[in-house]
Structure formats: structure tokens, C-alpha cells
Design a protein around this ligand. Structure first.
Ligand code: SF4
Ligand code: SF4
Length: 288
């Protein structure tokens, strides 16, 4: 089972739920630890909650074109082939802009002389570590790099059959969310009872629905029955599986990096129950 925890914006409690699930499910007696993948590669922080030391790292490399003046006839075919303004012809020189390149390979395929070849560029790193019962991986986008998706894909790489995985998704509903949620068994949409929360919940729900990923909602910071979010979910057939009440002590514990089931042990069985519900309701649906 692979569950991607997402929210349309930051600060709604996505990491609280992701880390809370992993800690609640981390079982030393299980043959394999639960895997927690932090896909918020611009600001990963799950490792701060788990207080685990780095165990290793792998660079994330993406293909980029490499131009050599020898053999270039300045025909401009490479620049015309690029839909992302990743390179341009300036006089008799080809200038490559690696930060705009999407590694599609169209330019090198279009070059008739072989003056353009494929090189690689580092855009980030994937780190791994572990704490009792939890195997953690997280991606980090390099400073100045703009392509989060390859780092997220690298962090997700290597899913083992039958593994239990929690993906702590990126905030927002852009291509980073697509990279994190595509192919997951289901998405857990974390929201809060505010107009912004509802707006961003709808964006995130639309994105995962377009990807064909079924979803359910966790309502965080719930103070009272929030009519608009309940109405939204009811109208779309999206179940609200958990409401976490607004609680000053929990908020302060979260700010200190204390996982939810550690701050309040009552959340251990609550989160394990949530996971059982996801396995029961969603995994068979994907398997059909
Ligand atoms: S690889 Fe694709 S995106 Fe990158 S410069 Fe070439 S054509 Fe443009
Ligand atoms: S397609 Fe090849 S030969 Fe033509 S301008 Fe580009 S690098 Fe030079």
C-alpha cells in the first residue's frame, strides 16, 4: 500500500499526518519497516521529527544537452526543436540554459551533425536514514535548481512489492504534486476548516482525480463541524476519515518536532485505525 499525503498549500498538517502515520505504524516486530518518503524536496523536514542521522545519499542527475563547436553548422535545428527555450542559436554559437531544460532529448535528436550530445547535470540529492521501525528517504533540491520532479521521482524509486509506504507530498498542486502522487494507491488530502483550506483542497482533489488516484480527507485543526468542507466532500463522494481537533498543546509539540503519536499516545491507535481503513477501502479498489 502506498499512500500519498497531500494538501493544496503548506501549513495544513501534511507532515504531522505523514510522520504520525509512519511512527504509529513503525513496528519493530514487522519483517520490513514502514517506508516514509519526504517528497517536499524544497523544504524536507520529516528527518527532523524522527531525529535520525543520515545513512547515505545519492545524487540526482538529469540529462542536458552539451554543445561542442566542432561540427556545428549553425543550422538552428536544435533551437527549433526545443519547446522549452532550453537552448538558442546566437550567431554561430548554441547557448544551453540548463535550468530551463526538461531533458526531453528533442534537440540532440534533431542535430544532424552530432555537435550536440547528451551530458548530465545534478539537480539534487536523495538521502536515506532510519529510526526504529521506520525507513526514511527524502529528496533535497539543490540551491538554484528548479526541477523538483526528478528529485521526487528518485526519492520514490525502488518500491518493493508489498511494501507499506507513506509519501509526504509537496505543498501546492503543481507538477511536484503530480510527481509525488502519480501511481500511488490513494491520496490522503489534509485540509483545514478555512476558506483557503477549502480552495486548496479542491485544487489538490482535482489534481489527484485527474491522475486517477482515489482520495479521502483528513480535516486538521477542526474546531467545530465545518459545513463547507463537509458539503464539498459529500458532493464529491470523498470520505472524511479523520478530524484532528485544534489543540494548542499538539500545535506546540508539532512546532518542537514531536510526532503526533508521541505528543499524544492516543493518536497511535487512531492512526493505525486510519491505515487499516485505507487498506480495506482503497487497496482492493485499485486491485480490481
Ligand atoms: S533536451 Fe529538450 S528541453 Fe532540453 S534543451 Fe533539448 S529540446 Fe530543450
Ligand atoms: S542542430 Fe546541431 S548543427 Fe545545428 S545548430 Fe544545433 S548543434 Fe549546431
Amino acid at each position: 500500500m502506498e499512500v500519498c499525503v497531500v494538501s493544496g498549500k503548506g501549513g495544513t498538517g501534511r507532515t504531522t499526518v505523514s510522520v504520525g502515520l509512519a511512527v504509529a505504524l513503525g513496528d519493530l516486530s514487522a519483517p520490513n519497516p514502514i517506508e516514509l518518503i519526504d517528497c517536499d524536496v524544497e523544504a524536507p523536514n520529516d528527518h527532523l521529527y524522527l531525529r535520525c542521522a543520515d545513512a547515505g545519499e545519492e545524487p540526482v542527475l538529469v540529462p542536458v544537452p552539451f554543445w561542442a563547436p566542432e561540427g556545428c553548422t549553425a543550422c538552428g535545428a536544435c533551437a527549433r526543436a526545443c519547446e522549452f527555450s532550453g537552448l538558442t542559436l546566437l550567431g554561430d554559437r548554441v547557448e544551453v540554459f540548463p535550468e530551463r531544460c526538461h531533458s526531453c532529448g528533442a534537440c540532440t535528436a534533431a542535430c544532424p551533425t552530432g555537435a550536440l550530445t547528451e551530458g548530465v547535470r545534478r539537480v539534487g540529492v536523495v538521502r536515506s536514514a532510519s529510526s526504529p521501525g521506520v525507513a526514511l528517504r527524502w529528496g533535497e533540491l539543490d540551491a538554484g535548481a528548479t526541477r523538483a520532479a526528478p528529485v521526487i521521482q528518485a526519492a520514490r524509486h525502488g518500491r518493493r512489492p508489498g511494501s507499506q509506504r507513506v509519501l509526504d507530498g509537496p505543498p501546492g498542486s503543481s507538477c511536484s504534486l503530480v510527481a509525488a502522487a502519480r501511481g500511488a494507491d490513494m491520496a490522503l488530502l489534509v485540509t483545514e476548516p478555512t476558506p483557503f483550506g477549502l480552495h486548496d483542497l479542491e485544487l489538490a482533489w482535482r489534481a489527484v482525480t485527474l491522475l486517477g488516484v482515489p482520495s479521502a480527507v483528513v480535516l486538521n485543526k477542526a474546531q467545530r463541524r465545518e459545513g463547507r468542507i463537509h458539503s464539498f466532500c459529500r458532493a464529491r463522494g470523498v470520505p472524511i476519515l479523520l478530524e484532528i481537533p485544534l489543540d494548542r498543546d499538539l500545535a506546540q509539540a508539532g512546532a518542537r518536532g514531536v510526532p503526533l503519536p508521541v505528543a499524544d499516545p492516543a493518536y497511535g491507535p487512531v492512526l493505525r485505525g486510519l491505515w487499516s481503513c485505507l487498506e480495506t477501502v482503497f487497496a482492493p479498489r485499485r486491485a480490481v
